[in-house]
Design a protein around this ligand. Structure first.
Ligand code: UDX
Length: 432
């Protein structure tokens, strides 16, 4: 049965959730406090790069099942479900900042119909369901946790074909009502209490971050003993208990979730009296990885990068997204700049003129029009995001425009042997 749903927050999570629920037949109103964003969305424009999202939004709008509004009070007061999809950024002490969630709950609380279900979709610390209950100030509505496990770039696919749906509710009937929204989505359903649902989200992200840090640490050992990390992960991945996913060595993990969620889990554990040393180590290995990749470029150019031009391919935190938030690439670029390097970069999703948000994080980086232009007169090329198109470029041309044919393959995506045949000095991650 179709339900009326309000989504509070039109970011990656809110837009994907809204568009996907409308494609499942529900009547959805997505709300935001940003008037420009709402206007853009009402014109049918999508402010983020997310495969399939534009089509779903258009279908929803044309079918009359999806609309966008400034402010959430009116829509929330007429809905059976209100999904909170506002940011939970990292606070100064590493804990998640709940002020957006609390403000949203405060605002809608007095206007909700009795029996409305308010759902936390944002990643919120254990115990936040209670915080929302308090902020709503109502005893006749339900608060349920329904964490998202959406990967940027494949968020729509992940929403409609999830590995699992997790619902944390104290009230079984509220859990059943939330589960009914997903009718048509085939996935295992885990119904539990709110703290367990909240922890499932953090533990999953922290585990994946651990997997990548583990692989990057083994890559460091590979370099020291002359092993090839690409073969090592292949051999590990065939063990079904390990699996091939999240075993790619790289420049470190980043993005809008892993860094803040790992730190938040460390903090949650600390507050609960547990010292999560293991996760501290995982974060530490990741920071070291940024240093290690920067050091590879510096070593390749002879020990000092001061005043030298470095070509960078890839600025986003992973391929098939335009998201620059907490990108390992930018961490590495910052380290190179601190040592005096000049940076000329190319990324398929970054073009001039830069958006104000991109301009603020890319300050001091020259943005090239194509990957070859980024390499002109550069002393070394550093590949930091795994965009497929980088694999199939004309590397004779790349070699001819670089000042020296040197490459740090920060994602192990290039063909090492063919590059060496073309005269490149090549360094990968965990393979020399
Ligand atoms: C992640 C989770 O996958 C998702 O379930 C959660 O809801 C939000 O956080 P996302 O941030 O989109 O999704 O990125 P993801 O694809 O998981 O990658 C995270 C980081 O790890 C990226 O920087 C990526 O490049 C890196 N990574 C991933 C590796 O370096 N190696 C790998 O094998 C996998």
């Amino acid at each position: 049965m179709a339900s009326r749903i309000t989504i509070v927050g039109c970011g990656y999570v809110g837009l994907t959730t809204g568009a996907c629920f409308s494609s499942l037949g529900h009547e959805v109103t997505c709300t935001d406090v940003d008037a420009d964003r709402v206007e853009l969305l009402n014109r049918g424009e999508v402010p983020i790069l997310e495969a399939g999202l534009d089509n779903l939004l258009r279908e929803g709008i044309n079918g009359g099942r999806l609309k966008f509004e400034l402010g959430s009070i009116e829509a929330a007061s007429q809905s059976e479900f209100v999904y909170l999809c506002v940011p939970t950024p990292q606070g100064l002490d590493g804990s998640a900042d709940l002020s957006y969630i609390e403000a949203a709950a405060n605002e809608i609380g007095p206007h909700l119909q009795p029996e409305t279900i308010v759902v936390n979709k944002s990643t919120v610390p254990v115990g936040s369901t209670r915080v929302v209950e308090q902020a709503l100030g109502r005893s006749d509505v339900y608060v349920v946790s329904n964490p998202e496990f959406l990967r940027e770039g494949s968020a729509v696919h992940d929403f409609l074909h999830p590995d699992r749906i997790v619902i944390g509710a104290d009230d079984q009937s509220a859990a059943v009502r939330v589960a009914s929204l997903y009718l048509g989505v085939a996935a295992p359903l885990i119904v539990t209490d709110p703290p367990s649902a909240e922890l499932i989200k953090y533990a999953s992200n922290a585990f994946l971050a651990t997997k990548v840090s583990f692989v990057n640490a083994v890559a460091a050992v590979c370099e020291a003993v002359g092993a090839d990390m690409n073969d090592v992960v292949l051999g590990m991945g065939y063990d079904k208990r390990i699996g091939h996913e999240f075993l790619r060595p790289g420049p470190g993990w980043g993005g809008s979730c892993f860094p803040k969620d790992s730190r938040a889990l460390i903090r949650i554990a600390e507050d609960a009296g547990y010292d999560f040393d293991l996760l501290e180590g995982v974060v530490g290995v990741n920071e070291e990885q940024f240093d290690r990749v920067a050091a590879k470029a510096i070593e390749l150019v002879g020990g000092s990068i001061d005043g030298k031009l470095v070509a960078v391919w890839g600025l986003t935190f992973k391929a098939r997204t335009d998201d620059l938030r907490d990108s390992p690439s930018l961490e590495i670029v910052r380290r190179l700049k601190e040592r005096g390097a000049r940076i000329s970069a190319f990324d398929p999703s970054v073009s001039m003129p830069l958006s104000p948000r991109a301009a603020s994080v890319l300050e001091g980086i020259d943005i090239a029009v194509d990957p070859y232009a980024a390499c002109i007169d550069a002393e070394v090329l550093v590949v930091l995001t795994e965009w497929d198109e980088f694999k199939w470029l004309d590397f004779d041309k790349v070699a001819s425009v670089l000042a020296q044919p040197r490459v740090v393959d920060g994602r192990n995506i290039l063909d090492r042997e063919s590059l060496r045949l073309r005269g490149f000095d090549y360094r990968g991650i965990g393979r020399t």
